[in-house]
Design a protein. Sequence first.
Length: 558
Amino acid sequence: MSNEEISRSNFIRQIIDEDIANNKNNGAVVTRFPPEPNGYLHIGHAKSICLNFGIAEDYKGQCHLRFDDTNPHKENIEFVKSIQDDVSWLGFEWGGEVLFSSNYFEQLHDYAVELIKAGKAYVCDLNAEQVREYRGNLTQPGKDSPGRSRSVEDNLDLFARMRAGEFEDGAYVVRARIDMASPNMNMRDPTLYRIRHGVVHHQTGEEWCIYPMYDFTHPISDALEGITHSLCTLEFEDHRPLYDWLLDNISIDCHPQQIEFSRLNLEYTVMSKRKLTHLVSEGHVDGWDDPRMPTIAGLRRRGFTPASIRDFCDRIGVTKADNTVEMGVLESCIRDDLNASASRRMVVLNPLKVVLTDYAADKTEQLEAANHPQDDSLGTRKIPFSSELYIDRDDFMEVKPNKKFKRLVTGGEVRLRNAYVIRCDEVIKDEQGNIIELRCSHDAATLGANPEGRKVKGVIHWVSAKHALEANVHLYDRLYTSPNPSDETDLNPDSVQILTGCQCEADLANARPGERFQFEREGYFCRDSAPNEDAVVRFNRTVTLRDTWAKIEQENKT
């Protein structure tokens, strides 16, 4: 076994290895990823995607993409499309066509009829509140519904009339007849079917007015598709007895094995679709693909790469134990990826004009710079240089504040990256005393080298003023101020800072939507992929160059 295989080994792969060794399922491995199309997928789903599709790839099996579309009130085709886009973007392919639980509505109905005929399911007329009351609690057994004693014939008749649309929502449900005294609440006659009128299903239209519950649909859909290993998060562990009971009590010749693993919990964000939906609907964020969102669409728009997310899922591993992952782990993955792959560019976020008084006003040089300091394969680029430049305001101080400050000061020198050494000779201010311009001189002998005896410690970035591209830059921070947020009171009011009038290397005008760069000394950024009505180029900060939250988090923990 290779080092990579050892690092990716987990208890699920050990189970599969043993199954293959015993020729269980004739050595086949078939998994599935079954999202409900009621919202966009988030980073927690990415863990499940990488696990299910990754296992299928590694064992030369198949992974089905199957939509759990049994609750049409909350589902729509937009979410179906977004989920397919996310899975494809992460680099995975599903086996065969996209599948839907609604593909099996007729078969699911027939299995419900089979259970009723066998006396293992019945039609119940208790309302939702009464069902909860009759179910009992962890210390008290439940009590039988009056419908539990109804005859098979009456149950079949009522179920047929439910399907025909004779009854209003909530009038009846179909329940499994199992054990109202079971210590597992999921086995106390769980609901299998309910009535839902007034909704158009995105796949079946108005054909159905009864819809199966997830706990009924899930195991049967798995079995119909020949799934061998049904991988679920830990909240479904208590549902496994029902999963097995249903497959043991219908006439189906496939019984997948359900295996549970811990879900992903990530600091400074939420992983609840309900809470994410609330953020969108209440306008706390600008849609599901807002770069502050933990959705895959949001991470993609922010500049995360598929490789970085897959690397993150490998790093956190697969276990049975619930835990919360530090946000810094995810950010480290994208830093490592972009540090190796992103071309470098110079962008001045907070411009201060510099005029070189000893450089001809009508002169322009094309200086050459490497696109990446360690990767020659990324080539070089030409950078225009002229007498008027922009540098960042933070790179100048009138008086040197301390010995650590290695940038430009009045009377001091600094090297312009990939260009000359310059000296600040004069500071120009407006009537209010604000610095509006620096008058500088340059040393023409310092281009491309630092001759012996010319020791200049500071190096800053710049752009030519007459050639610069003006852009808006969105600096994103964490959506919540708390590592374990509870509600919108923990939202970070400074989660986005919008900078206008930023000055960029001119060739960034040709950057493709989603293309990523390191803005030297500023961080990693990508060109925004959303339509831009004002035609101003926009870049989103993906991540800072260093983990600026590490010190804060350490202080909070101590």
